[in-house]
Design a protein. Sequence first.
Length: 228
Amino acid sequence: MLQDLPGDICDRIGDDLQLVELPAGKVLHEASAQQSTMYFPREGIVSLMYALENGDTSEVAMIGNEGVVGIGLVANNRTLPVRAVVQAGGEALALRADIAQREFQRGGAFQAILLRYMQALLTQTALTGVCNRHHTVDRQLSRWLLLVNDRIGSTEIKMTQEQIAHLLGVRREGITEAARRLQDDGCIRYSRGLIQVLERDCLLARACECYVGIRTEYDRLLGPAGEG
């Protein structure tokens, strides 16, 4: 996201950007906790997780190098009802909330790109909710694998079936069965802790329209994403 900003904006905020490591499992912020930093991932994936009163959780959106964690800070909204957890490790550029707010209030390209990203993230959140309610686990898994593949730029996804079940809010056995069917069809190959995307078109054929809706809106608002 930041690489497309004009030079004058980069000059103003450049000294305030801090390169930080985001190891897998790191919690960037807890639900309803005060936030003070925005993170612009350069690589990896951050999941926004919502927890129910009974402890069940599911991913409501994922953020990669196309986006930013803590987008609400530019509107002085310092708390969110979701937990931000690093699922695939990497690096990010961290920016203090007050610096981001100041630049956002100037208008211009920084404000415009963050507003476009807000709309894209809203689309992802809405369609994820629809998908989890109405579509089979096979289709949910295909949609999720494609979104991850878009963001990490690799055909290899290092994540266990238990982690994926936790993110999708389904039983682990459901993920195991869905992954087996996708492997039998030649879409993926999986072993413990590793899924390799073999045929992206195969996943596209098995995913629901939710993936296309999300991808189309991201491409429209933020420019075409890379494919692993």
